[in-house]
Design a protein around this ligand. Structure first.
Ligand code: UDX
Length: 433
């Protein structure tokens, strides 16, 4: 099928490439000429395992191209909207300017029977509004939220847990068209739900709100564990065996960040208020607060471990990305903690296997190490804030040869505390004995 994807950021670039890789003819569109030129030459503008190779292989088939020219979209019958919906500059709501501009730019190329498919995460009510914009062209609009996780973007696009279609009238001709786009996944038995617009929009924000709540729940427990001498990791293991609860997303630590969870829960709470039902989503404000408090708690632990002040003390920060296998530092707890410690006068040196360049762009004043060993060298405190395998696999004995003081603060509760203590280190986690 002939498809277009408007917006070639994380979501759009992966979606365009994945759709072409399974046989569709795809044009990816973005207003950012540099991004389009990099993608066209097979150079991924972000780090995502498996994406580089898929992009190069798919470009070679001739079924995938990237463009900054809207007239190139005219031949497509299905147009995916995959632009960002960041937090507004003046509040918690979502900034809808990119979605609105994307739909407006499509209007001149749409014709009877075309399908516009929204994938961006939007406030409930958006699809209905956009459907009215599109209606005079004779095209139809569907909402088809994406659930991709960074680090697993290709896998999540090709083999999602479920596929959701929001339509204005269930079972219309547009359902068959989208079924053809996703034929491969549907043949593999991936569940597909057809809903109204509002439900499809809510599925995405509700899923992210639930995940964020789960993380903040365990982080709240970590605070209580610290106050009582309990161990939050054992607590998570024990409650996680209950299948109704489940162990995933129960890792306490410096909390969630990234380009989705934080802004999505704020936008959802803001939308609840607009709808006159702010009370129903007020708990999300608490979820956000618990999450941000974890960052302050970690800074306090580091300060305490260094005897009350970090000023002038050499601190190795291991991790800058908001999670491993990503170079994304948007709303990253790791980068925030590095920045705060630097602001308190610490001699911070930070290392991340992939995210140094993205971090440098937003925090050029921070000091970045070229290698892990360089970061560790002479450190008076070592602080793990992103649980990359490279940090999890650190050997306490070898590491102690590099640092000035054997003091480790595990902001992701990802190290074996007993092993580090047995090697003579002072170990502190969040909510761990
Ligand atoms: C998330 C959703 O998972 C995905 O479905 C949606 O499409 C986009 O938002 P992503 O932002 O890539 O995906 O990251 P995710 O794996 O959900 O992790 C989010 C944050 O939570 C990370 O900072 C991670 O470190 C943190 N986290 C996750 C925890 O602190 N504890 C956990 O137990 C799990």
């Amino acid at each position: 099928m002939r498809l277009s994807v408007i917006g070639c950021g994380y979501l759009g670039a992966v979606h365009a490439t994945a759709m072409a890789s399974i046989g569709h003819d795809v044009v990816g569109f973005d207003v950012d000429a540099e991004k389009i030129s990099r993608l066209s030459s097979g150079d991924a503008p972000f780090f995502e395992p498996g994406f580089d190779a898929l992009l190069r292989d798919t470009l070679a088939t001739g079924r995938l191209r990237f463009s900054t020219d809207t007239s190139d979209l005219a031949s497509a019958r299905v147009h995916f909207i995959a632009v960002g919906t960041p937090q507004s500059e003046d509040g918690d709501g979502a900034d809808m300017r990119f979605v609105d501009a994307a739909v407006r730019s499509l209007l001149p190329v749409l014709s009877e029977g075309d399908l516009v498919v929204g994938k961006s995460t939007v406030p409930v009510g958006t699809a209905q509004r956009l459907a009215e914009m599109v209606a005079p062209t004779g095209a139809l609009l569907m909402w088809n939220p994406e659930f991709l996780r960074e680090g697993f973007a290709v896998e999540d696009t090709l083999q999602p847990d479920r596929i959701v279609y929001g339509t204005s009238h269930s079972g219309g001709p547009e359902v068959a068209v989208l079924d053809e786009v996703y034929a491969k996944a549907l043949d593999a038995g991936i569940p597909r739900l057809v809903t109204d617009y509002a439900t499809s929009e809510l599925v995405k924000v509700a899923a992210n709100a639930f995940l964020a709540t789960k993380i903040s729940f365990i982080n709240a427990m970590s605070e209580i564990a610290d106050a009582t001498g309990a161990d939050v990791t054992q607590l998570a293991d024990a409650i996680g065996y209950d299948v109704r609860i489940g162990r995933r997303f129960l890792n306490a630590g410096v909390g969630f960040g990234g380009g989705c969870l934080p802004k999505d829960i704020r936008a959802f709470a803001a939308r609840g208020e607009e709808l006159g039902h702010g009370r129903a989503l007020r708990f999300l404000r608490e979820v956000d607060e618990i999450n941000l408090r974890q960052r302050s708690r970690l800074v306090d632990v580091v300060t305490e471990e260094l005897g009350g002040s970090v000023a002038g003390r050499r601190i190795a920060i291991l991790g800058l990305a908001f999670k491993p296998n990503s170079d994304d530092t948007r709303d990253s707890p790791a980068l925030d903690i590095a920045t705060r410690l630097h602001g308190l006068g610490a001699d911070v040196i930070a290392y991340d296997p992939e995210a140094i360049e993205t971090a440098r762009r937003v925090r050029p004043h921070l000091h970045f190490a070229q290698t892990l060993d360089e970061a560790l060298s002479g450190a008076e405190a070592t602080v793990v804030v992103t649980e990359w395998d490279q940090f999890r696999q650190l050997d306490p004995d070898t590491t102690s040869q590099l640092v000035a003081e054997t003091r480790i603060i595990d902001g992701r509760n990802c190290l074996d505390a007993q092993r580090w203590r047995a090697a003579g280190w002072s170990y502190r986690g969040l909510g761990r004995r």
